[in-house]
Design a protein around this ligand. Sequence first.
Ligand SMILES: C[S@@+](CC[C@H](N)C(=O)[O-])C[C@H]1O[C@@H](n2cnc3c(N)ncnc32)[C@H](O)[C@@H]1O
Length: 245
Amino acid sequence: MDNDFIYDEHWASNYQNFARMHGRIAEVDETVTFLEGYSRGGCALELGIGDGRVAVPLSDRGVRVHGIDNSDSMLEQLAKRTDLVKAWKENIADFKTAQRYNLVYCVYNTFQLLFTRDAQLACLRSAAEVLDDQGILVIEFDVPALEGFVNGQKTTTVLVDHENTILNAHVHDPLKQNLVSSLLWFSGASVRRLPYRARYVYPQELDTMAERAGLKLAERWGDWARGAFTEGSKRHVSVYRRTTQ
Ligand SMILES: C[S@@+](CC[C@H](N)C(=O)[O-])C[C@H]1O[C@@H](n2cnc3c(N)ncnc32)[C@H](O)[C@@H]1O
């Protein structure tokens, strides 16, 4: 099952397009400015580094960035962009390194791709372990949006243009807090299916899990520009500090 959800070559080669469609290329500067402030001139670790959308510009600003990803294809895309960011293949649910970091970050819904509570908790524990005494963990993901499901199913339209129709089909598994999803990408005469599974988490549950991992919420924002987090916020940027030194 795990392997079904590892980003394959097709995902990786189209990743920039998806990120652009979701406005994630346009906001990179703001993201990097936010993260740079917590790096204190030291070393940062990105969990699920992908193709370096965030890590490469952060490294361009002089921050030493390392990264972990479980997809060979995504790591290949990163290697094509830079050799300044050290990245390796590992599971973010259970990683170890002797290095200590000023900043660990996990952005763009990557945390929810760990689709069991145990895996999410293990990820937070591993992150707390590699932070230095003043270290900061930044996590960013969408607030769960469960409206619009009928009989536990929902299909949304991601993009329609002259070349492409991209639909996202979701099935809700409430017992596991999982959305089992498939992006269906019709282009010309071809259709590609990009499956993934996510465990949605409300911010309060994240805080509780973080506390169990030895982390305490320090700040929560509604976006990278430090907009207020409100009941209408569609996502959150949460900043945690270690509770034990
Ligand atoms: C949504 S992408 C985000 C990539 C990058 N962080 C960004 O913001 O553009 C999720 C990334 O996490 C990686 N990933 C997903 N599950 C993982 C796991 N269990 N261990 C390591 N990497 C994982 C994927 O391969 C992919 O590169």
